[in-house]
Design a protein around this ligand. Structure first.
Ligand code: PEP
Ligand code: MG
Length: 757
């Protein structure tokens, strides 16, 4: 059975579009279960009906024409309850609705299972038989398993159609919403620019070319280079490997012939597509065809095609650096946006970001928030390779991408964008005002930085200090460990720009999702593995070079603070302190006039929450990393979009941990700040202030928003709100209570999470 399942799923996966996927499903399932009918009904939201999309057994003419209103018939019942229905005689069921013109009157037994993707029912898979017999348990289980496995493929195929503007049953459609999670708030309308990592055939977007003949010539020259490679490989290996294996190279050369693969690619270029996209398209077609074959030898040949095409791609990408043209209103899209992809877009042209992978607390989202770019993360179902050049809307508040926008929705979003701009202008007046509540409680707003550009932006927003300088950012952008002198320059620049305000430099926090290309860490559970202080204590040479550079950079400015990430026990702190002291003594001995900086610990792990007092005794300040703390307390990977809905800093367990940390730090008379992303959420900032946090450190783009909200509220109201929400037992209820308080305080709708538009 398992083999059968695998083979069907593989065949369906290889289908080129929704209709062929469904045709394969009905045919294969009918054979596998040896029934007389197998059909698929899909919900077409545009007409709110389940349309008979494919059938093997019912009359062909009815396919695509017959439909049941949502909730109607047995199909409607299966979809409504999201549960299978297995009947010996369907016509006896009160919900039975006879579908004229299908020929189903001949069939009695009925088994329908829902097709569910991400909790929503896409449609129903039905098998029917003449005989009056219930399908047995194993048949039912088979169909349920198959449906679960196919739902993703069907959803993807449907989505691809929606991007082209057609609903499953062929109606014209617009405003298709693809859900993700918010990476950075704000709305944007723009032109999709799809970027991709090189040398990956599956991610090459379909783009046009203006110079067809030039593109063909270029493609042919690359093809010739691959042919030469094959010949020289053949020559090099002859005598070393068996003759049959050598024949592979001849096969490759023949496949490249003008009459074969090469010709198909040229034909595609002639249709106006660029060479890389044409290659990817033709390669995928062939790979599919091979994978679909039942013969294991032949289906394995798909690998040869992939290999060969990857070689051509190598030359296509090697010879010319693809200059991506960025539209004036670029919405950058990629399977996984990297900081360097971001950096390549001229800032004035970048209006929005969409990353298919990752979630709201991935580091690229943090970067986007710092830049104030509306961002959607984890849009898993978005057929992004089809979007290049198309107009799309992103709603960074809700975390949604909208394709094929109608005039109506475009107008609504243009209004929101206008409102956004007005709000930003209004906030500018707050830059030089203190962050003080209406009843004169002073809160300090600091910023999180990574690059020098963040520093400039932060000063411009009236930041009072740097609460977190992620020193790993320059490390991530380099090609090797920056030398001590290079680090000195980077640190000096940040300290000088902010002096005399304090700058909190966190020691290198790599591991988890931040791996350096030149120092790869391969682990099964990177977030529970070699990360942050664990790496740097194991590599004291890296740690001490960094400390040395930081201390040197602070000479004469004396505005440095050092902070230790990922601390899980007191020994890590004492070991790190020893190393810091050693570097300090060395510099003093060399006659350098350096001041010993305040040292702090990040509370990011549940263990550290319970040990805050013990840790606070050893250091000068405590800073909560709520991004990781939320991840570890709730056991929710901060990068995984599938569980992003479970990730909430408003979870009562997180709030209670945050309160516990303040109490413990205060009991030791130590300053306590928070530098996780929640500090930049106006609603959360109110609660954190009420808990007693002295410093809220956030991305620069949030600073004035938080200031405006805190200046609008009193500490007394905030404390009352905190007291109330601490009684609640659910994150969503906490969020609602906070939003209500913001609403009552007259806070602009764009600063509330429950904004309605
Ligand atoms: C945190 O975990 O909250 C934090 C500030 O560190 P980072 O996001 O860099 O892991
Ligand atoms: Mg962290």
């Amino acid at each position: 059975m398992l083999e059968r399942l695998r083979s069907i799923v593989q065949k369906v996966n290889a289908a080129r579009d929704l209709q062929s996927a469904l045709d394969i499903i009905v045919h294969q399932v009918r054979l596998a279960l040896d029934t007389q009918v197998c059909s698929v009904y899909l919900l077409d939201k545009d007409i709110n009906a389940h349309v008979l999309m494919a059938s093997d057994g019912l009359k062909k003419e009815s396919v695509g024409h017959v439909s049941l209103e949502a909730g109607e018939g047995l199909v409607g019942l299966v979809a409504k309850h999201a549960e299978p229905i297995n009947l010996q005689d369907a016509s006896l069921h009160p919900n039975f609705h006879y579908l004229k013109d299908t020929g189903e009157e001949n069939y009695h037994s009925f088994l329908g299972v829902p097709i569910i993707h991400h909790r929503s029912v896409l449609g129903v898979l039905v098998v029917q038989h003449e005989e009056r017999r219930r399908f047995d348990e194993s048949e039912e289980a088979f169909l349920i398993t198959l449906s679960a496995q196919l739902s993703g493929v069907i959803a993807h195929a449907e989505a691809t159609g929606a991007v082209e503007g057609v609903s499953p049953s062929g109606h014209k459609t617009s405003d298709t919403v693809f859900p993700g999670v918010s990476g950075s708030s704000g709305a944007a309308i723009g032109e999709a620019v799809v970027v991709f990592p090189h040398a990956d055939l599956s991610q090459i977007p379909q783009r046009g070319t203006r110079d067809i003949e030039g593109e063909i010539e270029f493609f042919n020259s690359c093809l010739e280079l691959v042919r030469q490679d094959m010949r020289s490989l053949h020559a090099k290996l002859s005598g070393q490997v068996a003759e049959e294996e050598l024949q592979l190279f001849d096969v490759y050369v023949r496949m490249l012939d003008d009459a074969a693969l090469g010709n198909e690619i040229v034909e595609r270029i002639r249709m106006g597509y660029w060479a890389q996209g044409s290659l990817a398209y033709v390669a995928n077609e062939h790979v599919r065809a091979f994978e679909e074959m039942d013969d294991p030898y032949l289906s394995e040949r798909a690998i040869d095609i992939k290999d060969l095409c990857a070689r051509i791609l190598f030359y296509l990408q090697e010879k010319v650096v693809v200059e991506t043209e960025y539209a004036d209103n670029t919405i950058l899209i990629s399977e996984e946006i990297t900081p360097s992809m971001l950096a390549e877009v001229p800032e004035s042209k970048l209006k929005g970001l969409v990353s298919v992978k990752g979630s709201g607390n991935s580091h690229v989202a943090i970067l986007a928030r710092t830049m104030g770019i509306p961002t959607v993360m984890g849009a898993l179902d978005l057929p992004y390779t089809q979007l290049h050049g198309k107009e799309i809307i992103i709603d960074g508040y809700k975390g949604e991408v909208i394709t094929n926008p109608s005039d109506q929705i475009r107008t609504r979003f243009l209004e929101t964008i206008q409102e956004q701009n007005q709000l930003d202008k209004g906030l500018e007046g707050l830059k030089d005002l203190p962050c003080e509540t209406a009843d004169h409680h002073r809160v300090h707003l600091w910023v999180n930085t990574g690059l020098m550009t963040d520093v400039i932006r932060s000063l411009d927003q009236g930041a009072e200090g740097i609460g977190l300088f992620r020193t790993e950012v320059p490390f991530l952008l380099a090609e090797r460990f920056p030398s001590e002198e290079e680090q000195y320059q980077i640190y000096r620049e940040q300290l000088e720009a902010f002096a005399p305000k304090l700058v909190t430099m966190r020691t290198l926090d790599i591991g988890g999702d931040k791996s350096l290309p030149y120092f790869p860490i391969e682990e099964a559970n990177p977030f529970l593995g070699w990360r942050g202080i664990r790496v740097t204590l194991d590599h004291p040479e890296i740690f001490t070079a960094q400390i040395h550079a930081m201390l040197r950079a602070s000479v004469g400015l004396d505005n440095l603070q050092i902070m230790l990430p990922m601390i899980s026990n007191v020994n890590e702190v004492t070991s790190a302190l020893q190393l810091i002291k050693r570097e300090y003594r060395e510099l003093i001995q060399e006659g350098v006039k350096v001041k010993f900086p305040p040292v702090g610990v990040m509370i990011e792990l549940p263990a550290a929450v319970y040990q805050t007092r013990a840790l606070a005794k050893l250091v000068d300040f405590i800073s909560v990393g709520s991004n990781d703390l939320t991840q570890y307390l709730l056991a929710v990977d901060r990068n995984n979009p599938r569980v992003a809905n479970l990730y909430s800093a408003f979870h009562p367990a997180v709030l209670s941990a945050l309160q516990q940390v303040v109490n413990a730090a205060q009991a030791e008379g130590k300053h306590v700040s928070i530098c996780g992303e929640m500090a930049g959420d106006p609603g959360a900032a109110i609660l954190l202030m009420a808990m007693g946090y002295d410093v809220l450190s956030m991305n620069a783009a949030s600073l004035l928003k938080v200031k405006s909200v805190l200046r609008n509220i009193t500490l007394a109201v905030a404390e009352e709100l905190l007291e109330n929400v601490m009684q609640l037992d659910d994150a969503q209820m906490v969020r609602s209570a906070v939003d209500l308080a913001l609403y009552n305080a007259g806070v602009d709708r764009l600063l509330r999470s429950s904004r309605t538009n």
